[in-house]
Design a binder for this molecule. Sequence first.
Ligand code: PLP
Length: 388
Amino acid sequence: MPKLAANLSQLGTETAFEVLARAGKLAAAGKDIINLGIGQPDFKTPPHIVEAAIKAMRDGHHGYTPANGIPALREAVAADIAKYRKVEIDPDCVMIMPGGKPTMFFAIIMFGEPGAEIIYPNPGFPIYESMIRYSGATPVPMRLLEENGFAFSADEVLAQITPRTRLMILNSPANPTGGVVPKEEFDKLVAGLEKWPDVVILADEIYARILYDGREHVTLLSYPEIRDRVILLDGWSKTYAMTGWRLGYSVWPKDLFYYAEKLAVNNHSCVNAPTQYAGIAALQGPQDAVDEMCKAFDNRRRVIVRALNQIPGFRCVEPGGAFYAFPNIEGTGMTAKELQNKMLNEAGVATVAGTSFGAMGEGFIRFSYAASVQDIERACDKLRAMLA
Ligand code: PLP
């Protein structure tokens, strides 16, 4: 083995991809597998979006685009933010990215270094902690508790800030919990952040459009007090069922944009051109497909929460957004990993152990309900029988 850079050993992973591969292998071997592991819509990308990409290819959009994205798409993003977040932003601050993940990669390596501290949600999207460790910074977990509907406590988070804190990552609606942070908690956090003007906020709002029971999305961009230090992460993957297209965007404070663009030039040059045209069609075209998807997720949410609560040893709070249920499984007497493996091997149900989202996910399992009602019911029936 050649000598590798030391920080490479700090890099974590996203277990959902491993589960997907294992479930795929078992299915290929003829086992009946229900996949509630991977976090992606089970719907097809709406046809008008696909057509826009095909047209772009036919029209000869085969070359590089500006590193920060084609101007029409950056403007469409700004218009979309004005429409859904009610915030005016300068299209020049919009960076088109190859998915949602690269924005967290850029933001974390921009601020992470030995001696720096980065506060991140735990349980939370696994790449936050992975990248923080890779950067050499100290990960400071923000506790998300079941009894608070997996929302953070602003007082607790503010007490974790030190002069070494460089970045704070927030994610609402959240993966893996489906938790939605109430506006009052955001208000309190933002008020407290006034004392810490050097702390930059990465707002991962990739599930902003997937909210239930009439909840309205609270964007960190809507707080003028911190506006000059918010990096917004969003994209097309979840909203438009476009996970495989690799299209996302970020909004950067003006003085950080220069570095984001430089990182893009060093890393990927630009997002592939036809996908960017598809992105315009998604934002400017009819939104019925998004509404229908959300309606279907809402229906499945009710089905899965009811069914999970009937499994011996399970207890599940109702998620307010995204498409994940995160039941407490302590009553089964197993660790999250033991139960994840048992469910896959014995019942053929693929899920992800809570510990794949950080140490504070012990005692929980993530179920993605981006699957048909029939599959959800069948999976829960199998688990009830297995644990009876
Ligand atoms: N942020 C969160 C909270 C996510 O759950 C995901 C994907 O699962 C991403 C970002 C990354 O999205 P993308 O697939 O567009 O990179």
